[in-house]
Ligand binder design. Structure first.
Ligand code: DGT
Ligand code: CA
Ligand code: CA
Ligand code: ZN
Length: 575
């Protein structure tokens, strides 16, 4: 899957074009950024779309016009994009890397290159260490500090990649191995199997009698950019997407033990091994061995847990947070599953900052078998998204009513909004409009730097208004972009429970609430909504990761409101 590679190239083209003086360059920059955003997040391999429908199918993707579709075709056919190569010659610097640091635009990167010869992040680090940047024209001690802070934030998330970027690539490799005919079994392990929100590297396990051939095949896959180590039972490669991937080839009698061990987590393994030792066994990646060193349960993961007197548990729970104790007592809860989801309660259309029409979003949701979606456009205070005012909502809701009527009950669009929680905790629409909402998501998108106490009061005031159904992305973090704001989630959960407001598990690059915050808040009698926050039809596909996060927070189907059939959901929302 080359989606991420192409998105990176387009982002870099955009960064380089932004140095262009032509008045039209601005539009080109935006076009490349838009295409990069769509392609980078798409779950279907772009090469498959091209193979099935050619350039025309590419042009149906949001933000992809004729010339960009041409570039994609060129890359698929030749592995290069001429325009990119030409720009790279003109600007021999790592623009994408440098501009990914918050506080560093393309223009600044160019100044740093011309004045200090900074070509990449390593050069930048050196210049920061020597305080060379603050002395330049147009920079100051303050702007230097902002860049240093941006770099530090990047470093803390360094090397880890969003599960939604990593897993599709890993699954592509799993499928390629399966289709190769060289393996009997192949499986994803590691943090990707545990559905952790970010992944450090991919861990794949296979059974085969032809280890050498499997490794030859694996190390030559098109996704591979370099070989780190290659042997008949273990190889490690670097992938184009900027992450490494381990493959281990195993004997059938060790496969289950390896799956258990390499799924992890490390702390879960340590606890599990302690239980084995107490029983007089030895547990490692090759098997479960009794006192006479016979492998008594290495072939199947289930049999290892069984022999240890434990109930099998979903990989998402294996983080040493009490799941081992529950497994020993055979009290592992039944967790919510992707197939339980009957709709999505947070989505945007072209009416504000989305890319598709209401009809297109509904059609995509119906195709997934959903019974409903909530359309939740932004509200007026969020100018950058073309947020709507009361009058606009009135017109918009009439349109939704008409569309729902035309569907004859086959599907329902719930009328909603993603309303701004203003600095003082008030909401930015009139009560008459708020009363018409089937599903009101309320979110904080401004003044992130308030003290904890004030932020907590701000949000609770919104929940106490009586109009809110869902608290959107409750901590405000965006992975790789911005960390969570300071807020007392336990107090918020208590207020949400009291007001029967569901807390959101937002899947679009946020995973907010995350697993630990779900575990923290679920002590209070509060429900959750797992939402994709779709801004285009393709984003509905992120639901599986949100459900993964919910499972990591041990949520059952009953705790997630968008598993309810439409009528029951409406009753819950209309409390
Ligand atoms: P990642 O790659 O950082 O997102 O996280 P994981 O969990 O995939 O970690 P990774 O790839 O380093 O190792 C895969 C699994 O192998 C890990 O979840 C548990 C197991 N493992 C690795 N190192 C150790 C260790 O030192 N002790 C034990 N008990 N297990 C380990
Ligand atoms: Ca891993
Ligand atoms: Ca690994
Ligand atoms: Zn939204």
């Amino acid at each position: 899957m080359i989606n991420r590679t192409i998105a990176d190239i387009f982002n870099e083209i955009a960064a380089m074009l932004s140095l262009d003086e032509r008045p039209t360059a601005r539009f080109e920059v935006r076009a490349y950024q838009k295409a990069a955003l769509t392609i980078g997040m798409m779950q279907e391999p772009i090469e498959d779309i091209y193979r099935k429908g050619g350039v025309n199918a590419l042009m149906e993707l949001p933000g992809v016009g004729k010339s960009i579709a041409g570039h994609i075709e060129e890359y698929i056919k030749t592995g290069r994009i001429k325009k990119y190569d030409e720009l790279k010659k003109k600007y021999p610097i790592d623009m994408a890397g440098l501009t990914s640091i918050s506080g560093m635009g393309a223009k600044r990167a160019m100044v740093l290159y011309r004045k200090l010869g900074i070509k990449d992040i390593d050069d930048l680090k050196r210049a920061l260490a020597r305080h060379e940047i603050r002395a330049l024209d147009g920079f100051s001690e303050k702007s230097e500090a902002i860049i240093a802070k941006g770099l530090a934030f990047r470093e803390t998330s360094k090397g880890r990649m969003l599960i939604s970027d990593a897993l599709p690539v890993g699954e592509g490799i799993v499928k390629a191995l399966m289709d190769s005919g060289l393996v009997e079994k192949v499986m994803m392990a590691g943090s990707a199997r545990r559905m952790r929100d970010t992944v450090g590297d991919l861990d794949i396990l296979a059974i085969s009698k032809e280890g050498q051939k499997v490794m030859d095949f694996f190390t030559k896959l098109p996704e591979v950019s370099g070989i780190v180590a290659k042997g008949p039972t273990k190889s490690t490669v670097n992938l184009d997407i900027g992450m490494s991937c381990d493959l281990r080839v195993l004997e059938p009698q060790s496969f289950g033990a390896a799956v258990q061990y390499f799924t992890g987590s490390r702390d879960h393994n340590i606890q599990t091994r302690t239980i084995a030792v107490k029983k007089g066994y030895k547990l490692n990646e090759y098997g479960l061995f009794d006192r006479k060193n016979r492998n008594i349960g290495g072939a199947e993961e289930e049999s290892i847990y069984e022999k240890l007197g434990m109930q099998w548990m979903p990989p998402e729970m294996r983080e040493a947070r009490g799941e081992v104790e529950l497994a020993l007592q055979h009290r592992i809860p039944r967790l919510v599953e992707p197939k339980d989801m009957r709709g999505d309660l947070h989505s945007h259309t072209k009416a504000t900052d989305g890319d598709n029409t209401l009809e297109e979003m509904a059609a995509a949701a119906m195709k997934l078998g959903y019974e409903y979606i909530a359309n939740t456009e932004h509200t007026k205070s969020l100018y950058v998204t073309k947020g709507m005012n009361d009058r606009q909502f009135d017109a918009h809701f009439k349109k939704i009513d008409k569309y729902n009527d035309s569907l004859n009950g086959k599907f329902r669009i719930l009328k909603g909004a993603e309303i701004e929680i203003l600095k003082d905790g008030s909401l930015d629409l009139a009560p008459a409009t708020l009363k018409r909402m089937d599903c009101l998501v309320a979110s904080v998108h401004s003044n992130f730097n308030m003290p904890k106490k004030e932020m907590t009061e701000r949000v609770i005031k919104a929940l106490d208004s009586g109009y809110v159904h869902i608290l959107g992305h409750p901590t405000g973090r965006v992975i790789g972009v911005r960390s969570a704001y300071d807020i007392d989630l336990e107090k918020v959960a208590e207020a949400a429970g009291r007001n029967r407001v569901a807390l959101e598990v937002n899947c679009l690059q946020r995973f907010d609430l995350n697993d630990t915050n779900i575990l923290l808040t679920s002590k209070y009698k509060v429900n959750y909504a797992v939402n994709t926050d779709a801004h285009q039809t393709g984003h509905f596909a992120f639901m599986r990761y949100g459900v993964g996060t919910a499972r990591r927070g041990w949520l059952a189907k009953e705790q997630v409101i968008n598993t309810l059939p439409l009528e029951k959901l409406l009753k819950t929302l209309h409390r």
